[in-house]
Write a protein that binds this ligand. Sequence first.
Ligand code: F6P
Length: 358
Amino acid sequence: MKPRIGVLTSGGDCPGLNAVLRGVVLAADKLGWEVLGFRDGFEGLLPPGDFVVLDRARIAGIMPRGGTVIGTTSRGHFVAKIGAGTKAIVAAEVIADARKVLAELGVRALIIVGGDGSMTTALQLQAAGINCVGVPKTIDNDLEATAMTFGFDSAVAVVMDALDRLHTTATSHKRVMVLEVMGRHAGWIALHGGIAGGAHIILIPEIPFHHDRIADAVRRRDARGSHGAIVVVAEGALPQDGQQMLHPTTSGEYRFGGVGESVALEIAARTGKETRCCVLGHLQRGGAPTTLDRILGTRFGVKAVQLINEDQYGSMVSYQNYQMQQVPIADAVNRLRLVPPDGQMVQTARAVEVSFGD
Ligand code: F6P
């Protein structure tokens, strides 16, 4: 039997996941290894093991496809983090079962492609003797341990395209158009998408906003003869005198949403201008990955196989200084990379007359 490794994708789907899987399979094939793709995240590790052999035929043509061909979930038996950081311990018997399944299948090591919560689970598996290598995944691009994650560029491209389209109505109708985008804790998608899409106002969690300042910015544009305005608001944006808009779900998680509509109402009330809100939602996570995300995904996948070949377990692939490197998973979890309010990106946006509503 060929040496075997496993791979799973966990947490929210994200453009570029299939590029990672393809990179893993082709790099492993070169070493003469077989790859088992466990279905629906960690759940595939439950007895008797739900997996598919990822061979060349299975990965043919998957690179341009969004999502993940082996499925994913942010729920289930292995959830190790609830909401913005409350930790949970994965039940010892669940981990023991997973270890048994992997041992019986002869899986030498497991590549876990996931976000902060999935890496927290990976640490617990690693501590229980399962050889793990992490690949970071978040469209929010908010992990401190890697300069970039795949999926972010694709999400920003969708935001930019949406803004290009919203400009049309804003200009033609002299309206204010508000676009709510993803980003619970970090405003990277709003900031990059907003700059690329020529937004006039960008609201992010790191810079609390005030409705009066937003209205000032809209009025300033009006006074200059520019009667339309484009506002991008991250779902986690925070009013100076209010709260983030989050709603508890039945699973104990929080779902963000609604800040765009509330900003639109306040702008209309303060300026008298017709203001409309559009929520981009999961359109940002769907569809074909961009060039950059295909390349990043491929590099992350190939590097993960290299780390297994070097027995560097407990480490996560990290993109730093244009190179694929690695960091201990333990150093990567719980460290979010937020937008520095005085950083160059914010300064650049301000230089091109973007208001942050502060
Ligand atoms: O963390 C990535 C993310 O895309 C967030 O920006 C967003 O709030 C969340 O996932 C949505 O997740 P779900 O699809 O589970 O509602």
